[in-house]
Design a protein around this ligand. Sequence first.
Ligand code: SF4
Length: 367
Amino acid sequence: MPLADIVMSMGPAEARWWHTEGDRVGCDLCPHRCAMDDGEVGRCGARQNEGGRLISLTYGQVYVKNVDPIEKKPIFHYRPGTRVLSLGTFGCNLGCRFCQNAVLAQPSGRELPHQAMRPQEVVDLAEREGVQGLAWTFNEPIMWSEFIIDTARLARAKGIYTMINTNGYILPGAAGELLDHVQVANIDVKGFTDDHYRKVCGGSLQEVLDTCALARSKGVHVEITCLLVPGLNDSEGEVTALCRWLVDALGPDTPLFFYRFHPSHQLTGLPEQSTEVMERAYTIARGEGARYVYFGGAAGGERQDTLCPSCGFLAVERKSVRSTDKVCVKGQEISRFCPTFARVTAAIDAPRCPRCGTDIAVWLSGW
Ligand code: SF4
């Protein structure tokens, strides 16, 4: 039975993925596999053992909502120019030292102002706003997977797609259920060594790669993002390994975003990522066979257009400007990742190049 039907009020609701271990409950949502005594909260801050049941503290708890272009998520190859209702709650199961939304991601984010919404209320709002999709973003959407599933079911019946912007750090059982209700995913691959994941992000690499492959195998439209942090994950060898994996495991048509690091959270002592390293990553990716490689994290037209991979025809043009409609939580601007896209123009009306006939991997219409 959907959680929406059993929630008596919009307080905490029973979680979907857990088991008992004697007097403790074990969470089966993410690879941390927290085991909690009664009253104890998991590492993410979003799940709690309450009297021997695992409770989702985030179900229906909306901390941020805003209407955005899908390009802002970023998603470039799924229905360009459509608009999404973006929603975020609190909590995260990783602890990235470069986090751009730490105010929401940390367990203390729970104390911030928020409102309770039911799945139907989210879909009603999306319809009133006239958006084509829902985007679960800002914090880690895995934290409210149950709410996403219940809402996505209703949204799909109204022709509204569901997109997640996720770290992919989720166990396969839960991932399979969540991804059955998701049409579009941007998955962060935060580096390409387990060492980077363990030391900088508080997780591990393989589970993230498995989620990417699972999403692809389920027919989810997948795009990949990697934030290039100076000296931590941007070596020639590591970027090459990432690009080789992308092409082999997900296919050369999978869009790849390199994000430019700006000093943030616990890494304010590092410099901004250099243009040279960004360009080197672009050259490596194209050399490894990735057909659609983009830059993110800065306003301007730098590597944001979709070109025909054969003849260079300008298939989708994107003009971005620095965002003026800031979303702030507790005085801190919340990252929505890309600058605002002032204009998106698709010069193709079928998924092939009008000049040379090459297939261009852009979904122009819905599922
Ligand atoms: S989702 Fe949260 S409570 Fe569950 S295993 Fe992961 S960190 Fe622990």
